[in-house]
Design a protein around this ligand. Structure first.
Ligand code: PLP
Length: 355
């Protein structure tokens, strides 16, 4: 058996892949999910159920719209300021990683970004704390999980300004209080479904205040009014996301998943801290449950460990090219048995290389 610790795109349970592939051949009366009309009652049902599952799993309160969009989280980097930032206005951003810095880069097309704090000088090995969010900011933007560096921000910073969060890599992995956010967005491809779908949860009352003319495809209102079908939706990604959210619900929902994710992360970090050959790559208090980054105490052992992992059926452990070392991504679909197998592997490697 191979254990997939890859960072994506799209790590889903085998049973979801099986159901999705069956629907490619025969979704209804011998027709593929890819060829039925996206305006058919059957596909309407898929969109409706997907939105319902998101609302149910995340406890989305009334007054919020759930949108199934395209363009990835990267398009949200510009849609957010375009829809929320008044001409010449300023928005506050926390720079905790490359994705945050890419979001910051897009603001200049619409107004100004005020970076409240950055850990760039430390190669983003921690999440900055002790910063001030100016009260006249149009909104505050942060990334809840820094996929590349393995840091995660669990507590929402206290602020009176509207909060926007990029939750691409930890959405559905733990319980959140949606009411504290004005926009949550996430590229689907970690815990939701295949790439091509972007989930946006938006508080309706914050829209329509910029005075700016916004092209229809980039205007959240068009997508709210069109029920996420302003244009042809990514049918396969939405269908597979629906299957995956059904799976998540059958497992006891986000609360159960969170318990399992805590157990997985605890076990692996404990081994990293115990095993003299390995060490964690970032600040202990900011450690991510989704992406566990670690390095070897002796860099000479990095290649041998990578080879050993590969020979024993472990996929995707290589760290991001900008960080090096190893990254074990542990999205919802990764079973705890794979984490135990990785711990066994680290222990047997230790045995082989004991001095
Ligand atoms: N934000 C975070 C936290 C990510 O992990 C990623 C991709 O992995 C992105 C944004 C970019 O997402 P996309 O490729 O969907 O544009």
């Amino acid at each position: 058996m191979r254990h997939n610790f890859g960072a994506g795109p799209c790590i889903l349970p085998q049973e979801v892949f099986k159901q999705a592939s069956a629907a490619v051949l025969d979704f209804k009366d011998g027709l593929s999910i890819l060829e039925i009309s996206h305006r058919s009652p059957e596909f309407d049902g898929v969109v409706e159920e997907t939105v319902k599952l998101v609302k149910e799993l995340l406890n989305v309160p009334s007054g919020y719209s759930v949108l199934l969009l395209q363009g990835g989280a990267s398009l949200q980097f510009s849609m957010v300021p375009q829809n929320l930032l008044p001409e010449g206005g300023t928005a506050a951003y926390l720079d905790s990683g490359v994705w945050a810095s890419k979001a910051i880069k897009e603001v200049k097309h619409f107004g100004k970004a005020h970076v409240v704090a950055s850990s760039k000088d430390a190669n983003y090995t921690f999440i900055p704390k002790d910063y001030v969010i100016p009260e006249d900011s149009a909104y505050f933007h942060y990334t809840s999980n820094n996929t590349i560096y393995g840091t995660e921000l669990f507590e929402l910073p206290v602020t009176k300004v509207p909060v926007v969060c990029d939750m691409s890599s930890d959405i559905m992995s733990r319980e959140i209080d949606v009411a504290k956010y004005d926009i949550i967005y996430a590229g689907a491809q970690k815990n939701i479904g295949p790439a091509g779908l972007t989930l946006v949860i938006i508080k309706d009352e914050i829209l329509g205040k910029t005075g700016r003319s916004i092209p229809s495809m980039l205007d959240y209102k068009s997508h709210i009014d069109g029920g996420s079908m302003y244009n042809t939706p990514p049918v396969f990604s939405i269908y597979t996301a629906m299957l995956n959210l059904r799976w998540l619900k059958s497992k006891g929902g986000v609360a159960e998943m969170e318990k399992e994710n805590i157990a997985k992360a605890r076990a692996l970090y404990a081994e990293i801290d115990r095993n003299p050959l390995f060490k964690g790559a970032c600040a202990v208090e900011d450690r991510s449950r989704m992406n566990v980054c670690f390095v070897m105490e002796d860099p000479e052992l990095e290649k041998p460990f990578a080879k050993y992992a590969d020979e024993n059926g472990f996929e995707g452990l290589k760290g991001h090219r900008s960080v090096g070392g190893f990254r074990a991504s542990m999205y919802n679909a990764l079973p705890i048995t794979s984490v135990h197998a990785l711990i066994d592997l680290m222990q047997s490697f230790e045995e082989k290389h004991k001095k």
